[in-house]
Write a protein that binds this ligand. Sequence first.
Ligand code: IMP
Ligand code: MG
Length: 172
Amino acid sequence: MAVRRLFDEAAVGGRVRDLAREVAETFPKEFTVVGLLKGSFIFVADLVRALHPLGLAPRVEFVRLSSYGGERESSGEIQLVGDVPAGIDGRQVLLVDDIVDTGHTFAFAKSLLLENGAERIVTCALVDKPSRRQADVTADLVGFTVPDVFIVGYGIDYAEQYRHLPYLGTVD
Ligand code: IMP
Ligand code: MG
C-alpha cells in the first residue's frame, strides 16, 4: 500500500511546538499528561519535550484502550486494557491522543479519568476529523484538522504498520 505524504516532519514539529504553547497558556507548571496507547507515543514524547523550554514540568502517564471493530473503524465499544494510573486524583490532566474520529475514545477516557478523581481534563489530539464525530466530545487542542481520510505515521498505524514514519501520511 502506498503512503502519500500529507504533513512532513517540519510541519508536524511546528504544530507540536504551537500546541505546547497553547498548553502552557492553560496549565500550571505541575500537571499530568495522560497519553492513549499506542497511537500517541511519539506525539506525547515530542510534546512533553516541547513543554520543558516553556517552564512546564508534567508527570507523564499512559492508558491503553482497545476498541473492537474493523481495522479502520472504532466500534464505539471501548475497553480499558490494564489499570488506570495511580495519582490521577486531584490532578489537572492533559488527555492526549493521536486522532479524534468518532470521539468515542475521548469520551470513554474522559469519564474514566473523572471517575478516578481528575480535577480538570483538557483534550488534545494531533489530528481531528470533525466530520466523523458521533460522541458529544470536543477536542480542545488540535494539531491538524483533516477530512475523512485514513492517516498513518508519527505513531499512527494501519494494521500495525507505518507507526515508525516520521511524517503524517494517508493510505487509501
Ligand atoms: P474514535 O474513538 O473514533 O475517536 O477513534 C480514535 C482512535 O481511532 C484513535 O486513537 C486511533 O487509534 C483510531 N483512528 C481513528 N482514525 C484513524 C486513522 O485515520 N488512522 C489510524 N487510526 C485511526
Ligand atoms: Mg488509538
